[in-house]
Write a protein that binds this ligand. Sequence first.
Ligand code: AVI
Length: 315
Amino acid sequence: MSRVASLPSLYEETRRGLVAEPKEIPAVWLYDDRGSQLYEKVTRLPAYYLPRREAEILGERAAHIARRTGARTLLELGAGSVRNTRFLLDALADAGTIERFIPLDVSEAALQTSGQAIAAAYPGVVVEPIVGDFERDVGSLPGRGPRLVAFLGSTVGNLGPDRRATLFGALAAELVEDDWLLLGVDLVKEVSRIEAAYDDHTGVTEAFVRNALTAVNRELDATFEQRRFVYEPHWDPVERWMDIGLRALAAHSVSVQGLDLAVSFAKDERLRVEISAKFRRGQVEGELRRAGLRAESWSTDPHGDFAVVLARPES
Ligand code: AVI
């Protein structure tokens, strides 16, 4: 398995986030091995509609996507459990074009489990997992063309507009004439449904988000105490994203020895752990176009909750 993760840049980004206003830590801390397991549980929560809606779309559209792209290599950015990817693998196997599946994820454990499962289920497909960070590694994607780069689950919504522009730009530069991008995006809808998806009563989402603090404590020798924070996800109507994080219950300070840093929290000060942006069609197509990618098709589930976009580099 290739290992391409770079910790120094994550540490630097963490330092910048902790001294910024408002404070934040990089969302990548969410996805250590335990976090990846917790996220897997999140995806099965009844209120967390995203993966089910995406599955409905891929169930309908995967055969068309396979025929249209004729992909020999399927790459998946932020692959995780690769559950919905199976629709694409099945369709590309039926079309007889797929040779290689390259899942890229920060969690080596998640890749190991899913890589083995895929290799067993698709014996004719070479599986080559990459432990990496898609934002950093997107400019040097391996594989023989035509390549289909899948970026599913609305993971793109965890990036702010500037980072999305950088990522789409890097993808546009990396993809050549016969390559394709398949993007899954969660759509703007009733706020109550969006908020419910990030605040389940079982506490699984809260445990998933809090695990980022546990990961920072472990990796950076920090002293975040869970009991000093309350979980607080809320919808930001201006940015149209869920702002997901923790709020300090009282003023206190946290030492982050690995960064040689002391961080003071005021009472009620927030620590953002991630954002989860929700999209509209024109916005997604516009962002892709400005990066040099042309959306060729836009497919939604019957409820209009989620969309899957097939795009290619502008010729
Ligand atoms: C990975 N990503 C698409 C999830 C989301 O919906 O933004 C992460 C998540 N955070 C809390 N629940 C799920």
